[in-house]
Design a protein around this ligand. Structure first.
Ligand SMILES: [Zn+2]
Length: 71
């Protein structure tokens, strides 16, 4: 499941998941807010979803997901 590590922000999660599922990913995204609220984690999880080669993104099993999870 996408964004399982991130609590709250359900509307943002739904929007990003819908963007990936409907292949309507925009040119750029800005993750803004106070320090320590999880912007980097959000961005990394979103990038993992975009680059995932599996059916259910992120699958956490494809080469791309394995590389992401290794870091
Ligand atoms: Zn994957």
């Amino acid at each position: 499941m996408a964004f399982e590590k991130i609590l709250g922000n359900e509307n943002i999660k739904e929007t990003l998941i819908r963007n990936v599922k409907t292949n309507t990913i925009l040119h750029g995204y800005m993750f803004a807010g106070k320090a320590g609220i999880g912007k980097m984690l959000f961005a990394k999880e979103f990038a993992k979803m975009i680059l995932c080669l599996g059916e259910n993104k992120p699958c956490n099993m494809c080469k791309s997901c394995v590389e992401f999870n290794r870091k």
